[in-house]
Design a protein around this ligand. Structure first.
Ligand code: DX5
Ligand code: ZN
Length: 219
């Protein structure tokens, strides 16, 4: 049984106060901090790089779940490993060499995770499922926080659950985008067990917001 984990996305936090924001997250019972890296090329928006992740690292004991929305992520793996990433997610659409790039993450001592956009079928990652600790199914088009959840992505989670079972594999299934106390239940029913939430967590008291997600998962 893959246990449920909440991954608040720091993309919706106060960028001038990461230290305080990370300390607050530590009190919520969330397991991960989701860190969105955007390059202005693979996605239209630019967020922050490995230097910022390294600066955050001493201020949190939570698992750093780094989501690289960058072209050719294989060029940046060592930097994020050195910065203190525990999990590195890279997009199947962002490189011609997803297999080798995932191996590179493992070789750097970090847990590899592969991501698919809403328009990308599960088929695109079928041949690398044996290399990963996590598959991230985007539930919005990547680039910005605060977008609406796309329910049509749930079928892909169901497909992944079957593939995991049939092939005797053991990876977590993460969802990212538009997760709130309603949609978290839809993703859980489909078979996801790691839930990223940005705007929903940071729009109020982070501890109370995370508690509503945990309640919805336990309902
Ligand atoms: C979107 C990012 C998400 C983002 C989610 O491109 O990958 O992690 O922070 O934000 P919400 O939860 O507001 O949809
Ligand atoms: Zn993300």
């Amino acid at each position: 049984m893959n246990t449920y984990k909440i991954a608040p996305s720091i993309l919706s936090a106060d960028y001038a106060n990461f230290e305080a924001e990370l300390k607050k997250l530590e009190t919520t019972g969330a397991e991960y901090v989701h860190i969105d890296i955007m390059d202005g090329h693979f996605v239209p928006n630019i967020s922050f790089g490995a230097g910022v992740v390294a600066a955050m690292r001493p201020h949190s004991k939570l698992v750093f779940d780094c989501h690289l929305m960058v072209s050719n992520p294989e060029h940046h793996i060592e930097d994020f490993a050195r910065a203190g990433a525990d999990i590195i997610s890279i997009h199947a659409e962002a490189t011609l060499h997803i297999h080798g790039a995932l191996q590179k993450i493992r070789a750097a001592g970090v847990k590899p995770s592969v991501v698919i956009n809403p328009g990308t079928p599960v088929e695109a990652v079928k041949n690398v499922l044996n290399l990963v600790d996590q598959v991230l199914v985007m539930t919005v088009n990547p680039g910005f926080g605060g977008q609406a959840f796309l329910p049509e992505t749930m079928d892909k989670i169901r497909e992944l659950v079957v593939l995991r079972e049939v092939n005797g594999l053991n990876f977590d299934i993460e969802v990212d985008g538009g997760i709130d106390n309603q949609t978290v239940g839809l993703a859980k029913e489909a078979g996801a067990n790691v839930f990223v939430a940005g705007s929903y967590v940071f729009k109020g008291d982070v501890k109370a917001q995370v508690a509503t997600l945990k309640d919805a998962l336990n309902a």
